[in-house]
Ligand binder design. Structure first.
Ligand SMILES: [Zn+2]
Length: 108
């Protein structure tokens, strides 16, 4: 990647007022969320698009933990299924609606 190309690598994210640091490392998983350390780790070789999607995914794990809902779910597979549903079904709706919103708002 040349100096002119941009990276999408935010260093932190705020979730309900709780700051999670974001580190980029050569890991096998796309991403990891360590609730106790308030740390999200993202595989450093991902594309910008994959990095964005993985940060959104790991942020959902953090949201469930910070809100306490992880304790109600109390099952990693169930939590992962819920988050993948949101990733695959809900987030595309949000992206599409935001794009349409911005397009319409700038016309006025
Ligand atoms: Zn996950």
């Amino acid at each position: 990647m040349t100096a002119r190309e941009s990276y999408y690598k935010p260093k932190s994210i705020s979730i309900a007022g709780v700051t999670f640091k974001i580190h980029y490392k050569p890991i096998n998983d796309y991403g990891l969320c360590d609730i106790d350390k308030k740390l999200i780790t993202i595989r450093d070789s991902l594309s910008n698009q994959e990095t964005l999607e993985t940060i959104l995914h790991e942020s959902l794990h953090a949201c469930l933990a910070v809100s306490g809902l992880s304790y109600l779910i109390n099952n990693e597979d169930t939590e992962e299924a819920l988050i993948r549903c949101i990733d695959s079904l809900y987030i595309p709706i949000v992206k599409n609606q935001l794009a349409r919103y911005k397009k319409n708002i700038t016309k006025n």
